[in-house]
Design a protein around this ligand. Structure first.
Ligand SMILES: [Zn+2]
Length: 305
């Protein structure tokens, strides 16, 4: 097994000038590579560069069961369904019935919660076979083992698309959002959850950073190709022909013991209030957007600098 890396321009604006943010060495089964995280000088998008190629990234998902967020949160499946309830309520208010597509459904935790809500006919897409099998076993949704671009889903057929913990893993999120826009009906909804780079930076360099054993340990450049902020996520969506309806602090993953889970819930209430009252966002980014009437087609990567 030999990991391969590649250098890439900014996915949002096409520029190739950047500032280095961090770098780290990653090793899998004796193959060692150097990965970087950089910030675009033009649009401020933070992205992994150099990064693992698409094929090498799939090797990571399949073989690294110790050092990926996907392994911890996706395959283990031991976290609560409760964290999806607020998002499902918000989506239900905007689109009470219809068809929902969960892109990168993993082991099916969100699909299970969506199915239990009884609101929508749900479909999942997941490229990793063992995760897709799990998703089929826990929900009544049809699950395709495929990347989105090759899945048998008709254009203009979906009322809601969800991408929870997915966009940061993609090698070309701008291109994938173009596909999503084609699959959605006019005014269809898109719900996204991604880690918040600014929050991770506060954890690594803020006043409580002495509590952390490792710096930049949450960037996971072996699987996270992009590291979004409120501004860069909104910019990517707006350039792709989506109108942002609301932005929230995503519910925390319910891992850990009861004390830790309750602390996380209390922290979430506080940071959601902070976001609403001050515009300071210290948590995962949860965004609901809809297909914009004003943009005829996506317009990524212009102008380049
Ligand atoms: Zn850029």
């Amino acid at each position: 097994m030999q990991l391969q890396t590649e250098g890439v321009p900014c996915n949002l604006c096409g520029a190739s000038s950047y500032q280095k943010v961090s770098s780290e060495t990653y090793e899998l089964n004796g193959s060692r590579v150097s990965l970087g995280v950089v910030r675009c000088n033009h649009c401020k998008l933070v992205y992994t560069n150099p990064r693992l190629t698409q094929d090498s990234t799939f090797l990571v998902y399949e073989h690294d069961t110790a050092h990926t967020i996907s392994s911890n949160y996706c395959w283990a499946g031991d976290h609560s369904q409760a964290r999806f309830v607020p998002l499902i309520r918000r989506l239900h208010k905007l689109s009470p019935t219809g068809k929902l597509l969960d892109v990168g459904c993993g082991s099916g935790d969100f699909l299970r919660a969506a199915s239990q809500s009884g609101n929508w006919d749900s479909v999942g897409v997941e490229p990793i076979e063992n995760a897709a099998e799990s998703a089929r076993s826990v929900s009544d949704a049809e699950v395709h083992t495929s990347v989105l671009e090759k899945a048998p889903i008709s254009p203009n057929s979906m009322d809601i698309v969800t991408m929870l913990g997915v966009l940061e893993h993609l090698h070309d999120p701008a291109d994938t959002l173009s596909t999503v826009r084609q699959l959605l009906k006019p005014s269809g909804l898109l719900a996204i959850y991604v880690p918040n780079f600014n929050y991770l930076r506060v954890k690594d360099t803020g006043p409580l950073c002495f509590l952390r054993r490792r710096r930049w340990s949450d960037l996971h450049p072996q699987e996270h190709q992009f590291h979004f902020t409120v501004n860069t996520l909104h910019a990517l969506l707006q350039k792709g022909g989506f109108e942002v309806l609301r932005t929230d602090v995503g519910q925390p993953f319910a891992v850990g013991n009861a004390v830790v889970r309750n602390l996380k819930r209390g922290f979430h209430v506080g940071v959601q209030a902070l976001w609403r009252q001050t515009g300071v966002h210290l948590g995962g980014l949860e965004v609901i957007a809809r297909v914009s009437d004003c943009v005829a087609s996506p317009s990524y990567r212009t102008p380049a600098a």
